[in-house]
Write a protein that binds this ligand. Structure first.
Ligand code: PHB
Length: 392
C-alpha cells in the first residue's frame, strides 16, 4: 500500500468512526403508539396516552443510553386506519415497537406487519384470547376476556345463580366472554336461558333488555367494551331491570373506573370480575392513582391506563435487558417471563403464550367517601388465559 493509499484509508476510517459515534450519541428508540383518540373508544386512547406519559415522566426518557421517542397516532378505532398507520410507522419512522391497540380488530390488523417487520406489538388494551397467537411478535399487558370471565361464572355458581342470560357486544371479546361464561356455568350445573349479542357500533340495548325481562333469569351477565358501560347502565335503569329481581353481573369493562362514578346508584351492588380497580389496596396502586390524577386534572385511571403503564414498563425493561439493542427477536426474548409488581398486583408475561398472567379480583360497587368504586373482596391468584391453558 502506498503512503497515499494508506492516508486515504485512514481518513475514511476516521470519518466512519465519527459518523457511528455521532449516530450512537443521538440514537433514539421510537415507539409507535396507535390509539383511538377519537370515536366511540376515545376514553381508551385518553387513558392509555395519559398512563404512557406518566410512566415516562416518572422513569425518564432515556433507557440504556437511548432516547425514547413516543409517536402517538389516532386510528379512531378503525382497523384499516390502524394498519395504514402501523405500516407508515414501520417504513417511514422505523419504530422499534408498535403499541396501544384499543380494540381487537385493530390489534389483529397489525399482526401480519409485526411478523413481517419483526417489530414487537405490545397490546395494551384489546382482550380477545386469540390475539397473541396471530404473531410471534405480539405480547399483551391488558387481559383476556376468558381470564376475567371464568371467575365470574364460578362466583355465580357459588352464590346461588342457576339460570342466566348473557348479553355481549357482538365481536371478538364479547364472543369470548359469552363462551367462557356459558361453558363454565353449564359445566357447574347452571343453565343459560339465552345468549344475546348487541352490535358494537352505536348500540341500543333496550330491545335486548326487554328480552331479558321476559326470560326472567336469576342473573344477567354482561360484557360491553370500555366506554359503553354508562349507556348500558342508563338503559338498564330506564327499562326498570334494576327492580325486576334480575341480578346484574359483568366483567369490569362495564363498571369501568373511567365512567363508574357518573353511573349513579343503579350501579351500587353490581358484582364484577376484573384485573384492575382504582380502589385496589396496595402502596403501588395508591401512588399510581395519586400521580395519575395529579397529572390529569383529577381523572381516575381505569384498567386501560394500567395496561398502558405496564406496557411501557415492559418496553423499558426489555431495552435494559438488551442493552438498548432493538430487533423483535431479542426484545420479545427479553420480555418472556418478565415479572413485576404492577398497580394491579403481581403480574408476569407467560413465556409460552406471551400473554399476561395476573390476579383476577371479584369486586362489588360501593360508595367510598361519596364516590362509586369497584371494591375488591376476593382474589383468584395468577390466572392464565384459560383458552390457551386448555389447549395444552
Ligand atoms: C377489545 O376490543 O378487545 C376490547 C375493547 C374494550 C374492552 C375489552 C376488550 O373493554
Amino acid at each position: 500500500m502506498s503512503a497515499r493509499q494508506f492516508l486515504k484509508l485512514l481518513a475514511s476510517l476516521v470519518a466512519l468512526a465519527i459518523c457511528t459515534g455521532a449516530a450512537a450519541a443521538q440514537s433514539s428508540v421510537k415507539i409507535g403508539l396507535i390509539l383511538p383518540m377519537t370515536g366511540q373508544q376515545a376514553s381508551t386512547g385518553r387513558q392509555i396516552e395519559a398512563a404512557a406519559r406518566l410512566f415516562m415522566q416518572q422513569n425518564g426518557t432515556s433507557v440504556a443510553g437511548k432516547t425514547i421517542d413516543l409517536i402517538l397516532k389516532d386510528d379512531a378505532g378503525t382497523p384499516d386506519v390502524t394498519k395504514r398507520l402501523a405500516q407508515e410507522l414501520i417504513v417511514n419512522d422505523k419504530v422499534a415497537f408498535l403499541a396501544g391497540f384499543g380494540i381487537t380488530p385493530s390489534a389483529l390488523a397489525v399482526a401480519p406487519l409485526a411478523t413481517q417487520a419483526k417489530v414487537p406489538e405490545v397490546v395494551m388494551a384489546a382482550g380477545t384470547s386469540i390475539i397473541t397467537q396471530a404473531s410471534p411478535y405480539i405480547v399483551r399487558t391488558s387481559f383476556t376476556l376468558p381470564q376475567a370471565t371464568v371467575p365470574m361464572a364460578e362466583w355465580a355458581l357459588k352464590n346461588g345463580i342457576k339460570k342466566a342470560v348473557t348479553l355481549v357486544s357482538n365481536y371478538g371479546p364479547g364472543l369470548d366472554a359469552e363462551k367462557a361464561f356459558s361453558e363454565t356455568l353449564t359445566k357447574g350445573g347452571g343453565q343459560i336461558l339465552g345468549n344475546l349479542k348487541v352490535p358494537l357500533a352505536n348500540p341500543d340495548f333496550s330491545p335486548f333488555l326487554q328480552k331479558v325481562a321476559d326470560l326472567k333469569p336469576d342473573a344477567l351477565f354482561v360484557f360491553v367494551p370500555s366506554g359503553s358501560g354508562a349507556l348500558f347502565m342508563k338503559q338498564f335503569l330506564e327499562r326498570g331491570l334494576d327492580k325486576s329481581g334480575v341480578r346484574l353481573i359483568c366483567t369490569g369493562d362495564v363498571t369501568d373506573d373511567d365512567q363508574l362514578n357518573g353511573m349513579g346508584d343503579v350501579a351500587l351492588g353490581v358484582v364484577s370480575t376484573h384485573h384492575y380497580s382504582a380502589a385496589h389496596d396496595s402502596p403501588e396502586n395508591k401512588a399510581f392513582v395519586e400521580a395519575f390524577k395529579k397529572a390529569n386534572n383529577g381523572m381516575r385511571p381505569n384498567f386501560m391506563a394500567v395496561g398502558g403503564y405496564d406496557g411501557m414498563h415492559l418496553i423499558y425493561e426489555a431495552l435494559k435487558k438488551t442493552n438498548g439493542a432493538t430487533g423483535g427477536d431479542a426484545l420479545i426474548g427479553a420480555m418472556k417471563g418478565m415479572a413485576w409488581t404492577s398497580p394491579r398486583g403481581p403480574i408476569s408475561i407467560d413465556p409460552e403464550t406471551r400473554d399476561i398472567i395476573q390476579n383476577i379480583y371479584v369486586r362489588k360497587v360501593e360508595k367510598v367517601n361519596g364516590e362509586l368504586y369497584n371494591v375488591e373482596f376476593e382474589t383468584v391468584p395468577n390466572v392464565k388465559d384459560p383458552v390457551k391453558a386448555a389447549k395444552k
